[in-house]
Design a protein around this ligand. Structure first.
Ligand SMILES: [Zn+2]
Length: 593
């Protein structure tokens, strides 16, 4: 792989739209620190005793400005680091900026505690004066009944800084620093193995001998840290259970869902209905894999094979742009132009180089357009990644016009809806415009394996397991690595039945994901994808009216709850219909294979 310094300029993003130079960023960072100090001297001790709603609104505006400027200052440094993570200077710079930002957060944390002392009435008055503050003050009021005494909160904040993320840090250290994998051998030939190479390469390897042996050796070595990681994770879950109880939430799920603004029933329904209705389709998918690849039996180690044996289609950058813009045409000029600018003004970093962050992501701030990190290899799945990330970008770009830094992003529940929605647009477009009958199968393969298998099924299985773990710990059960293994195996067997052989090591899948340390995150992939699928099916049927509803929904940012956002887009997630429709749609894709 080439070094970052050898990458062509046209393959990189242009960060000068945020700051023209490092020197300019430094000036902004210094100013940010001064502004934060001003904020403290102006408001500390003043908020708790104020009787003026105007003063409160003013303080909220200053806070919003600080957050907004802070993300700009941090993202310039972070983005530059993310494409060259082995560069020590960039690494140091990123750490320094992170320290500056955390210090500011800790300095201004008095604000929430002081707000708490104010009568609710006064806060409501502030919301009336400035509608943009409704999200921030509303969140504060909703959390208020669950806050502990000032002394307890202070103690928790201090402890949280020291140990709150310890389980995740232990996990990361075990996974990235301590775990190592030996070479493995197939037919006398040696193959090097690492965590990344297993997940990005051997897992979908076309040679059955190599694929299964890689899985065996990978799982066997994963086991070296099973007790360490299990102990850390158990303590993480236990902590949530204790906090939920002390903060008087109904149960640990309502506690964890508070931020997402989602009813507990929606969470359970997503998991229960998927287990019940999607499993039969996916078992059929496993059978198709076995047929297409002529396997003796389908094992857990085979499930990530591409559904079709044909090589995927190569695509040039120019062709990718053409396809993306073509697929987005239905969204109207404004949306399409935004995508066009992303290509023309270098919002995207295409290069594949040493030390670059893997996969793809989109990062956005309030004052500049979003940036998209890619690892472009010139294959069809990359085109889907571009349009996926452009979905996040469009959401951010449309939202920042009418919202502020404190209400621009929607709930986690909704985060993957705009992005996966775009993937469905791409597949509809490819099928509509191609005269090649193989394209339909190729698209069905891409959608069922990447879009749906990966986002819907993988993360769903994690979510199902996670729920069982929380239930057990909430019922005062102590869980060891054996128990965590058994719960995962039970989940897999419930889902795949007798159609997939559970190779030893399958039960250790829980050790592979960092999502569990971020609350109830795993299930939101399928939740967002459900909204996305329902909207795209609606657009196919109703055309422009449905497009307009979707654009209006994106503009709402985080001002509404997921239920309201979906309703605004014409999708009623208070019932299980959108989910059942989505599952039926996945079934139809599998039939096309
Ligand atoms: Zn995404």
């Amino acid at each position: 792989m080439v070094k970052r310094s050898e990458v062509r300029v046209e393959d990189t993003w242009d960060l000068s739209h945020i700051f023209s130079s490092l020197a300019e960023q430094e000036l902004a960072q210094n100013k940010l620190q001064d502004d934060a100090a001003d904020f403290v001297s102006r408001y500390r001790g003043q908020i708790e005793s104020t009787t003026s709603a105007e003063f409160l609104v003013e303080s909220w505006r200053d806070l919003e400005q600080l957050i907004s400027d802070g993300t700009e200052v941090a993202s310039y440094i972070f983005l530059d680091y993310s494409v060259d993570m082995i560069n020590q200077e960039k690494m140091r710079r990123n750490m320094t900026t992170n320290n500056v930002i955390s210090k500011i957060f800790s300095d201004i944390s008095f604000y929430e505690s002081e707000l708490e002392k104010l009568p609710e009435e006064l806060i409501r008055k502030a919301i009336e004066l400035e509608a943009g503050s409704a999200k921030f003050f509303g969140d504060h009021l909703r959390e208020r009944p669950h806050r502990l005494s000032a002394a307890s909160e202070q103690l928790l904040t201090a402890l949280n800084g020291a140990t709150g993320s310890l389980p995740e840090q232990i996990y990361d250290s075990a996974k990235f620093a301590d775990l190592s994998f030996p070479d493995f051998q197939v037919n006398g030939k040696k193959y090097p193995l690492s965590f990344a190479s297993y997940e990005e390469y051997y897992w979908m390897h076309a040679d059955t001998g190599i694929r299964r042996e890689a899985f065996r050796v990978f799982s066997e070595n994963l086991a070296k840290y099973r007790n360490t990681i299990a102990t850390g994770y158990y303590s993480h879950v236990k902590q949530d259970v204790i906090l939920a109880e002390k903060r008087s939430y109904e149960n640990v799920f309502t506690y964890l869902l508070q931020d997402q603004q989602v009813e507990e029933s929606l969470y359970h329904r997503q998991i229960d209905v998927t287990m019940d209705k999607l499993a039969p389709h996916m078992r059929k998918y496993a059978q198709k894999l076995g047929e297409n690849w002529q396997l003796d039996r389908v094992t857990y180690a085979d499930l990530k094979l591409p559904p079709l044996r044909e090589k995927s289609i190569s695509v040039s950058r120019e062709k990718a742009e053409q396809l993306v813009l073509g697929a987005l045409e239905i969204m109207g000029d404004e949306y399409r132009d935004l995508a066009k600018r992303a290509f023309e003004e270098r919002w995207m970093d295409f290069a594949e180089n040493e030390g670059k962050s893997t996969g793809g992501f989109c990062s956005s701030t309030m004052n500049t357009h979003p940036y998209i990190l890619l690892n472009w290899t010139g294959q069809m799945p990359d085109v889907f990644t571009i349009i996926h990330e452009l979905g996040h970008a469009a959401q951010a770009e449309i939202s920042r016009k009418t919202n502020n830094a404190l209400n621009a992003s929607p709930s986690l529940y909704f985060i993957e809806a705009p992005s996966t929605f775009n993937e469905t647009l791409m597949s509809q477009y490819l099928i509509r415009t191609s005269k090649d009958p193989d394209v339909e199968r190729m698209v069905a393969a891409q959608m069922s394996s990447n879009t749906y298998y990966h986002n819907f099924v993988t993360h769903f299985l994690e979510a199902h397991w996670q729920r069982e773990v929380y239930r057990a710990v909430a019922a005062d059960q102590a869980l060891t690595a054996d128990d965590l293994d058994q719960l995962f195996l039970d989940t897999l067997q419930d889902f795949w039945g007798d159609d997939v052989e559970m190779t030893p090591g399958a039960e250790r899948t829980w050790m592979r994901q960092p999502h569990y340390y971020r609350g109830l995150y795993s299930y939101t992939y399928s939740a967002g994808l459900t909204v996305a699928t329902a909207v795209s099916l609606r657009i196919e049927k109703e055309g422009q009216a449905a497009v307009q509803d979707w654009l209006d929904t994106l503009a709402l940012g985080g001002r509404k709850t997921p239920l309201e956002l979906a309703r605004n887009a014409g999708v009623d997630i208070s019932t299980d219909k959108p989910l059942c429709d989505t599952i039926a749609y996945i079934g139809s894709l599998i039939d096309r294979l």
